[in-house]
Write a new protein. Structure first.
Length: 191
């Protein structure tokens, strides 16, 4: 449960997506890419994502639902969503990346790690604590995979996201780089 600004209680379910959720995965992903506050947060554009065939969204949902074994790319994924009533209000994906491969940005992965990507919360639910619950669920998933740390990359100009991540226990690691969306920094927290 989460407290709202009006003092009422809202039930929030945090769960992993299923293969059958592909349409909702697509709809929430497209909503995230349309949100002007996320302009420096995602590696994709609305136009590119909206033009993808349904089969791509089906594969993504199925892969995130199964996610236990690493693919040939050395990555597996688990997508978690926050649901209020029947509305999907937020999401986060955990990539488990294997040593010796490259990460989602093409950089070498020196040791097995869990990385948070695709963090999104609909504007009406920001400041409610749901992002922290999604991150905690992601950390629990990483711990189940035998990992001790959760990392993420955030654009250096995205102060709002950095503040939310700090509230969830992330701290800068000191690693900074230029990625596809510009200057970024890495943050990490224990699981």
């Amino acid at each position: 449960m989460e407290s709202s600004a009006r003092g009422t209680r809202t039930v929030v379910e945090i769960r992993r997506v299923t293969a059958d959720d592909w349409q909702r995965v697509r709809d929430l992903g497209l909503a995230a890419l349309r949100d002007p506050d996320t302009a420096v947060a995602f590696l994709d554009t609305y136009e590119t994502a909206a033009s993808q065939p349904d089969e791509l969204w089906r594969r993504r949902a199925a892969g995130s639902a199964a996610g236990a074994a690493a693919s040939a790319s050395g990555r597996s994924a688990a997508q978690l969503v926050a649901v209020v009533g029947d509305e999907w209000v937020g999401t986060v994906t955990v990539l488990v990346q294997e040593a010796g491969h490259t990460d989602h940005l093409g950089f070498p992965v020196p040791e097995r790690r869990a990385t948070l990507v695709g963090v999104y919360l609909r504007p009406a639910h920001r400041g409610s604590g749901i992002t922290a619950r999604l991150v905690d669920a992601a950390a629990a998933y990483a711990a189940e995979q035998g990992l001790t740390r959760l990392t993420l990359d955030v654009h250096q100009d995205n102060a709002r996201a950095q503040a939310a991540y700090r509230r969830s226990g992330f701290v800068p690691t000191g690693r900074e780089f230029t990625g596809p969306i510009g200057p970024e920094l890495e943050m990490a927290r224990p699981v």
